[in-house]
Design a protein around this ligand. Structure first.
Ligand SMILES: [Zn+2]
Length: 309
């Protein structure tokens, strides 16, 4: 077994200092699959504990093949701070999503993203770890060929998104074009460390590696999976302060109150939003402060969820 840490200089910053991607490889030196795992494309999306646990486990347990980790796929996105908050989803210079730079030639982030793509050449599977607002863990995948991996990941919620134009230049979109298997995992809420999410995703990934023959079989309790194509986004009809009435993962019936909007106008009544049909709450916004048309919730309605694809 060989473990290496490599600093790959991609560019220089304003101070002529290197902008480095740090790549970690665990190579069993025995023939087998190559799996690439990254996190941190978006600054503030905390997936490091999952990556660190996997790294520590595999150092002693990888039987064959190799695993490459890039814990922070875009170091620049992590440097965007506003007060104590890391605001690393969109580039503050031009508004571009840091996950829309793959196969582009826009700015220094294109150099970072294109170097990342080159690290994935020949991979049997690539995993891109993200977080989403205040959400339960879920996979996003663009091809039905990936279904066996998605099943092995064993997460309850799974978004089969296809290849829509809005995901052009995303990591998994560009790799899918190259026929390199790629799954995005939304690992839970932004800027949080939740042990139950960490172990659920860690175990799912280890189960994938076990089924690829890279580690010994892994004891995992299969859970019922739901598949959908884009959850339903619920936006506020007018601005105000939102009071949430449901917790993440809570199911609701048609007509149940999901949230209320307290208007800034003291003369206006509080508005209540009721569920259109039965479903489950997948994702909430991180804020209570809403301008008209901002997204409050994402829900999966029972009518849109399938047990299999
Ligand atoms: Zn992200």
């Amino acid at each position: 077994m060989i473990s290496t840490r490599e600093e790959i200089c991609v560019a220089t910053n304003e101070l002529d200092q290197p902008v480095n991607i740090i790549k970690y490889t665990i190579d069993s030196q025995k023939q087998g699959k190559f799996v690439y795992i990254q996190g941190g494309v978006h600054g503030g999306e905390v997936t490091l504990p999952i990556i660190k646990n996997l790294y520590n486990y595999l150092q002693n347990n990888l039987k064959c093949g190799k695993v490459v980790f890039v814990p922070f796929a875009n170091p620049l996105s992590w440097q965007q701070k506003s007060y104590t908050y890391t605001v690393g989803k969109f580039n503050l210079k031009n508004g571009r999503d840091f996950n829309r730079y793959y196969n582009t030639n826009v700015d220094v982030n294109s150099k970072i993203a294109n170097k990342i793509l080159s690290l994935c050449e020949g991979a049997d599977l690539t995993l891109d770890l993200h977080t989403a607002h205040n959400a339960l863990p879920y996979t996003i995948f663009s091809s039905l060929k990936l279904l066996p991996f998605v099943k092995d990941l064993n997460l309850k919620f799974n978004d089969f998104c296809g290849m829509p134009k809005k995901y052009e230049h995303c990591f998994d979109y560009e790799l899918t074009l190259k026929d390199i298997p790629s799954i995005t995992i939304e690992c839970g809420p932004h800027d949080e460390v939740k042990n139950e999410n960490i172990s659920e995703i860690e175990n799912g990934i280890l189960n994938v590696l076990a089924n690829l023959g890279m580690i010994n079989s892994f004891d995992i309790k299969p859970q019922k999976q739901l598949f959908f194509t884009d959850a339903t986004s619920i936006k506020v009809s007018h601005g105000g302060i939102v009071n949430y009435c449901k917790e993440l993962g809570e199911t609701f019936k048609k007509g149940e109150k999901l949230f209320e909007i307290i208007s800034a106008n003291l003369l206006k009544e509080t508005f209540s939003y009721f569920a259109e049909s039965e479903g489950i709450l997948l994702r909430k916004s991180k804020t209570h402060i809403f301008c008209e048309h901002d997204e409050v919730l994402q829900v999966v309605y029972d009518k849109d969820a399938k047990d299999s694809l």
